[in-house]
Each structure stands twice: as C-alpha cells, then as structure tokens.
Write a protein of this length. Structure first.
Length: 396
C-alpha cells in the first residue's frame, strides 16, 4: 500500500481479501478510520513512506476481526439472543490497581473475564471446553513475546494470552479507539475521539460480550479506565452493571500513566517529546475523570463501590471479600483460597519494577496534587502507603 492508496476503501478491500468476507455489519465505523488516516498523513510526523504501513498495522487487524465477528453473528443467530446481566465493571483513573483487581476477582468460581487471546482472535466463538487448550492461545502468546519492548512493558502492565484483559479489545473494531492516541501524535483524532458518541462504542462492546459468552458463559468481570469517558452510555447498555471505582493518589497515577503510555508512544512515533507528551496525556486523563464524575453526580454515589489502592495493596483478599459482600455474592473457602493463591503467585513487581521519575515528563508531584485536589478531597485519597517489607513498586 502506498500513500496514494491510503484511504479507508483500500483498507476495507484488503480486509475483505484476507478473509473472503464482505459484510462489515450495521454499526457505524468508517468515520473513525477516515479521521485517523487524515491525522496520520498530515499530523503524525511520520515520513510519507511510513504512513501507509503504520495505518495498515493499526487498522487492518481490527477490520479483519470485524468481518469475522459479523459473519459469526450471521452463522450463529443465538449470539444475538445472549443476555449480558449484572457485569462487574472496574473503572477509575489508570494505574490504580485495577488490572490486579480484575485478575483477583476473575478467580471466583463462575466468574468470567475476557482473556487477551479471545479478544484478539475471537472467531470462531471460543468454547468453555477448550478455554485452556485452544491453539489461538499459543499464537497470541507468541505475538506478545515477540513484541518490541516486551520485557519493559511487562514490568509496567502484565500481559499474557490467558490473562484477563481490559475492555479495549471489545471495542477496537468500532475504531473509536483511544489506543491510537497512545501510539501516535494525531491531534485531529484526539479531538474527534473526545466528541464521538459513546452509545455506538457500547453497542460494539455488548455485541462482543454476547459473542464471547455464547459458548463460554459466566459472570462478567470487566475493567477499563477509559469507561470514565462513557459511563452514561455504559449504564444505558448495562442498566444493572455493578461498578467499582478505584482510587489512588494522582501524584502517583498521572506520572505512572504517562510513563506507561509514553513508552508506547516513544516506540511508535517519530516525534516523541516527554514533557510535551506529559501535558497531552495528563489532560486526557483529567478530562476522563471529570466526565466520569459528572455522570456519577447525575446517577448518584450509590451506583458505585469505591476501592482505594492502599487498601487493595495492603490486604488484597480482604478487599475482594468486601467487594463480594457489597454485591451480595457468596464468599466461601474456595473463593478466598483462589484469591489468596493468585495473590501469592502474582506479587507486586513480579516482572520487575516500573522505573520512571515524574520530572521526566515535566511533573512536580505537589503541583499534580493541587491540580486534582477537589477529587482527592471528595474521596479521601491519601498518598501511597509503603508496603510492609517491600520497596515502592506498584500495581497497574
């Protein structure tokens, strides 16, 4: 593909050729691709010969996935009849322990979290009988291991084909995709993303969950910090959702988040400046926080269960037990044992420490605290407490 053929029609044709399929479904998706391609061409700083390969890498896998999801939905009409009821949804600012919390909650008997492998390669619909032996697991794990910077990324955010993963992989086939902003400097797409209607995002999300539970049902445990951008649409799609909001000192959260995403940006963009990126990404996180708080003000605090990072890190099993009891879920010896075993096998810092300094990205911790003071005061958020016998490593 050359820059002269860099358009959405060409990418759609390529996806159709790869799959032998032509039906992209009834949900809107083209606008996001068009805005992304324009921004990559005019704003990203990539040299002309790099723009088309970058676009193909970002867009083609999700288009292929889309074609196959739509085809599966036609081949198996039962998918559309699936009822997604009372999912547990973890959200809040990133780097607040939500990744670890999702994995802990997913150990409960009967719980179901989307695994990385089944979100990357969901077709044909995964089956409960082969959830640990499906050959797609090995294929996805190999891709994860081969990724540039895999070791450093593991120290920041644990990845694995079988691990529970956040909801990004449930919505990427709609192309309102925050990850594009992580990889490239694309201001026009940034603006478009902030103003895009979230109802369409959550229709994609729900259809994917229906697909995954068709042959492998369970009680959903979901997680994504960017749910803050569309909490109202999420609650419209899942009126009975049980929402956990995780909290941590923003003076830790913001630099940690910027360091994590900045690692991705530096690996993919030719125009990475740490301090400029720090200003860009912290503004995005702050926007999401205020959007989420606005929805919370409208629907009421009683729709949310607040979980503090300090409590989660100090006693993870007690934290998850409190969550189960709050939502009226049974807590027996097996439930407690599984959570304890996972915690023992996955201690904080298992893959190494996340090394960074706030100053790298232009942050002064006390200034960040002042910037987020109304939020921290509202929820009684305290600075990170040191963990007994452990240095200051963190859970994502």
């Amino acid at each position: 593909m050359t820059t002269t053929t860099l358009d959405s029609e060409h990418l759609l044709d390529q996806a159709a050729e790869r799959t032998g399929l032509a039906d992209f479904g009834d949900l809107p998706f083209r606008e996001g691709i068009d805005v992304l391609l324009w921004a990559l061409r005019h704003e990203s700083g990539n040299p002309p010969e790099r723009v088309a390969p970058v676009a193909a890498a970002l867009v083609l896998p999700a288009l292929v996935k889309r074609l196959r999801l739509v085809d599966d939905r036609k081949r198996y009409p039962e998918i559309a009849a699936q009822q997604v009821t009372a999912p547990i949804v973890i959200t809040g600012l990133p780097r607040t322990g939500s990744t670890h919390l999702q994995a802990l909650l997913a150990t409960r008997p009967g719980a179901r979290s989307p695994a990385e492998w089944e979100m990357r390669l969901p077709s044909p619909p995964p089956e409960a009988a082969t959830t640990a032996t499906d050959p797609r697991i090995g294929e996805v794990q190999q891709a994860i291991d081969a990724r540039a910077g895999a070791t450093r990324l593991q120290s920041i955010h644990p990845y694995g084909a079988r691990r529970p993963e956040q909801c990004l992989g449930l919505i990427d086939w709609g192309f309102a995709n925050q990850t594009y902003l992580a990889y490239q400097r694309i201001p026009s797409y940034y603006e478009w993303y902030l103003n895009y209607g979230q109802r369409v995002v959550y229709e994609h999300h729900k259809r994917f969950l229906q697909h995954l539970q068709f042959r492998n049902p369970g009680d959903w445990v979901l997680k994504w910090p960017k749910h803050l951008f569309g909490l109202d649409a999420l609650l419209e799609a899942y009126p009975d959702a049980r929402i956990i909001w995780t909290h941590r000192d923003p003076a830790k959260v913001i630099p940690s988040s910027v360091s994590f995403v900045g690692t991705l940006r530096a690996m993919n963009s030719p125009v990475f400046d740490p301090k400029r990126f720090g200003a860009e990404w912290s503004a995005l996180e702050e926007t999401g926080l205020h959007r989420g708080l606005s929805v919370r003000d409208r629907v009421g605090d009683d729709r949310f269960l607040d979980v503090h990072y300090n409590d989660l890190i100090t006693d993870p099993v007690a934290a998850v037990t409190r969550i189960y009891e709050h939502f009226g879920l049974p807590v027996d010896d097996e439930t407690v044992r599984r959570a304890g075993d996972f915690q023992e096998e996955n201690p904080q810092g298992k893959h190494g420490a996340h090394e960074y300094t706030p100053e790298q990205f232009g942050f002064v911790p006390e200034r960040v605290r002042r910037r987020f003071a109304s939020y921290t005061e509202r929820f009684g958020i305290e600075p990170d407490r040191p963990r007994p016998g452990k240095p200051g490593k963190e859970a994502g």
